[in-house]
Design a protein around this ligand. Sequence first.
Ligand code: MG
Length: 338
Amino acid sequence: MKLSFWPFDLKLKHTFTISRSSRDVSPVVLVELEHEGIVGYGEAAPTRRYGETIETVMAFLGSLDLSGYSSPFDLENILNAVDSRAPGNTSAKAAVDIALHDWIGKKLNIPLYRYWGLDKSKTPLTSFTIGIDRPEIIEQKVREAEAFPILKVKLGGPNDEEIIKTIRGVTRKTIRVDANEGWKTREVAVEKIKWLEQEGVEFVEQPMPAEDLEGTAWVRERVHLPLVADENSLRLHDVPKLQGVFDGVNIKLMKCTGLREGMRMIAAAKACGLRIMAGCMIETSVAISAAAQLSPLIDWADLDGAILTTNDPFDGANIEEGKLILPERQGIGVERRR
Ligand code: MG
C-alpha cells in the first residue's frame, strides 16, 4: 500500500468570516492510497481550532507506515493503529480513513452508500453558508444562493441583528444559525435566541463556548429553538455528554477522524435521542462526497464546502436545488476534473 499526499490551496469565492477567523484561501492536504493498481482518494482540511495546520497534517501522514498491512480491507486494524499513533490530528486521520473507504468501494465496484445499504433518494437538503460580512456582500451572497432552499448564517459577532435584517430584506427562506461559540454569556445567548425565534430560524448551532456545557444546558431550558452541538461534538465519546444539553449533533469527518467513526457517532446520537447533522470545513469534493455517502442517515446537511470554492480539482456529489445528489460512481464517488 502506497500513501502519497500533497498540500493544495483551495481558493474561496468570497472572503469567509466566522466569529473567530477570516480567510480567502483554505489550504487542504490531498491523499492518494494506491494498492493493486487502484487509487483511493482522501483529504485533510485542518483547522487551528482543533490544533491542526498543513504542517501538522504533513508531519502526521509522513510518520505513518502502512507497509505492514496486506490490504485496505484491513481497515479496522489500520485505523486503530493510525488513531493511537498520536492524540488529535483528526483531519489527517480522516484523510487516511476516506482513502481506505474509497479504495474498498472501487475494489468492490460499488458506491459506498450501496456498500452500507443506504437509499440514495434519502439524501437531505443541504444549506448554503453565509459568512459574517458587510450588508451589501451578504445581499450578494443571498442572491448567489438562490437555488438553495435553506441558508446557514454565521452569527456570534457584534452585528448579528444587521445580518439577519439584511437577509430578511431579500428572502423569507429557512435560516439555520451558527454562532460558533460567539455568544459569551448565557444571558446574551438566551436574548439572541429568543429574538431569532421570531425570524424564521430552524435551529441554532453552538451558541456558547464549548467549555460551558452547563451554561448551554441553562440556555436550552429557556428557549424553544433546537440547539445543535458542533465545537462540543468532536468524537464518538462526546456524544453521550450532549444529552440534555443539545438537541442535535453536527458530525464532521475532519473532527471525528472519518467515515468509520462518523458512522458510529450517527448510531450513538440516535441512541441518545439526538438529531443528526453532517457538516464540513472548506473542502474539495473528496471530503464532501465522502460525507455525502453517509447522508441518507442524517436529518440535516451542511455540505456546501466545495461549492464555496473556485478551484475544486474533483467532481463528486452534486447539489441540485439544495438536494445532495450521489453520483453513480464507485467508492466516495469522485473523479479528477480535467
Ligand atoms: Mg458550526
